[in-house]
Design a protein around this ligand. Structure first.
Ligand code: GLC
Length: 509
């Protein structure tokens, strides 16, 4: 971690220089500095360079599909895509990075359009630092307490009657599935302590043990990663869905592949009946873990990685996800202040603290359409005040915004190359030519892809070019938002896996 310093406005450039371990070679003008950032961030984005990244990523994906001990390319137990005819009522659990959501979901069939999947009641519980700090079983006890609170909601009471409620879980962390409803807990990341003493213990048992202590009338019938949940929920509505993408705090992708794409060992111990039925399988790629040595990175990315608790663990995530985009900008700004005299050499309050410049703020700067950029100035002053005697100027904001645009533009392009590589991998494994299908839908979920201004459009534009350059159609890969996909996908997973007796009312299919 960077050394912690008092949150004061730094008096002069030299003292700012001493505080950070960015190597400062020479004093430059602000224009020279920005030109360097621009060169660094735009150079790898030529189409030919992105195609090269995509080809190398595809090779890495293929390799990991064969390696049984790799913590990525994890096959789920779901081997069919939903038909959209599945029906039933389920309790869906979604453990994300910052919220735990519990919802009663009704699946009524895709013929009803938007109403085919309905959230009857959903309660969100914030996962703040005190909750992420809960170690081992204490976290699962907390989950059970929140499930109990949700079950007590009048809408849930009136829908469920006295029947045992089947639950599906969308888990935003890696899990090594051992059956449709069980899986070994793996290292969790995102600052969670729940894996403490519990790595390789069955996730279903951890949750059910805590539920049993409270005598809750529930069973956990399906566990899926949030990427897989997103694929299931989008496919329920759109039969062209073969991939899903999560891009929020973290990133991931899930993909529908022929079982022959994976080595036999990758499937672990599964009943022969599973193998007899499965021609395809939904794979949790853990895409965040790929790309080391493939993406061109800047000295600021290196700095971020060097000070990361889990150095090199999720290199792709460091370049594109919401947890890191703001931090990359912060590291650039620190150098721009010290080296090129941005903000007259004053580091705004709180900008010295790692991870304290939020991607949210970048999004606000990029979204500001006021001619004077007054919204941005207000937001900046609120989050990172400068002294009243030297307030933010329009020029400062334009400068900062250009840095944000360069960082988010690179993220959109790198994301496109990662998705293009998955698309191309699937074509290889299916033995399809690039123009064989009219289009493939990618269900997307997460704050960055859903809300960051222009992000999805920029990624789509890159995807279109990459697709055409590799013999596909323009619009052959379509990024579509899948709203509430973790919650809906958890419900679809129960229904799809449990068959006839999965629904409360037994009405399936
Ligand atoms: C992280 C997790 C992954 C999850 C993703 C999106 O990368 O490792 O399991 O799907 O975040 O939430």
């Amino acid at each position: 971690m960077l050394p912690s310093v008092a949150k004061t406005i730094l008096p002069s450039i030299p003292s700012a220089k001493k505080l950070y371990n960015v190597v400062i070679t020479s004093d430059r003008t602000m224009d020279e500095f920005l030109a360097e950032v621009k060169r660094t961030f735009e150079a790898p984005l030529q189409l030919s360079a992105l195609l090269d990244i995509s080809a190398k990523l595809k090779a890495q994906y293929k390799q990991r599909l064969l390696e049984s001990d790799a913590p990525c390319m994890l096959p789920s137990y779901n081997h069919t895509l939903p038909t959209g005819e599945e029906r039933g009522t389920y309790l869906a659990l979604d453990v994300g990075g910052s919220t735990f959501r519990v919802a009663l979901v009704e699946l009524k069939g895709k013929d009803l359009g938007e109403k085919g999947m309905e959230i009857v009641k959903m309660v969100s519980y914030k996962i703040d630092n005190s909750i992420t700090a809960l170690k081992g079983r204490l976290f699962f006890d907390w989950m059970a307490e929140k499930i109990e609170q949700t079950l007590a909601e009048p809408e849930v009471q009136s829908h469920r009657g006295s029947k045992v409620l089947p639950m599906g879980l969308a888990w935003s962390f890696p899990v090594e599935q051992t059956s449709p409803r069980s899986g070994k807990l793996k290292r969790m990341g995102k600052g969670f302590g729940a894996d403490h003493g519990c790595v390789d213990i069955d996730l279903c048992e951890l949750i059910m043990d805590s539920c049993r202590k409270r005598n809750l009338q529930v069973t956990l019938d399906a566990i899926v990663n949030d990427g897989t949940a997103t694929l299931l929920s989008r496919a329920y509505r759109d039969p062209a869905t073969r991939l899903a993408l999560i891009l929020g705090t973290g990133t991931n992708a899930a993909i529908h592949l022929p079982v022959t794409a994976l080595s036999q060992e990758k499937f672990g111990q599964r009943p022969q009946s599973w193998h007899d039925e499965a021609t395809h399988v939904l794979v949790n790629t853990e895409m965040s873990m790929f790309g080391k040595g493939i993406h061109k990175v800047s000295k600021w990315d290196d700095d971020l990685n060097e000070h990361h608790q889990k150095k090199d663990y999720q290199p792709f995530e460091h370049l594109i996800s919401g947890r890191y985009l703001g931090e990359i900008v912060r590291l650039i700004v620190v150098e721009a202040v010290a080296d090129a005299g941005l903000f007259e050499g004053r580091l705004p309050d709180g900008m010295d603290i790692p991870y304290n410049f939020y991607t949210d703020l970048m999004a606000q700067l990029e979204a500001d359409e006021t001619p004077s950029l007054s919204k941005s100035m207000y937001a900046l002053q609120k989050a990172h005040p400068l002294p009243a005697s030297h307030p933010y100027t329009r020029t400062d904001v334009v400068y900062l915004r250009q840095i944000c645009q360069l960082v988010s533009q690179r993220a959109a392009a790198y994301l496109a190359s990662g998705v293009h590589a998955l698309w191309s991998l699937r074509l290889d494994e299916e033995g399809l030519s690039p123009d064989a299908e009219d289009h493939v839908t990618i269900g997307c979920n997460g704050s960055v892809i859903e809300k960051y201004p222009g992000f999805r459009e920029r990624a789509q534009a890159y995807l279109d070019e990459l697709c055409v350059r590799s013999g596909g159609r323009r619009g052959g890969i379509v990024l579509e938002i899948a709203i509430e996909s973790a919650i809906y996908g958890a419900a679809v997973a129960v229904c799809a896996l449990e068959g006839q007796d999965a629904g409360v009312d037994g009405k399936v299919g």
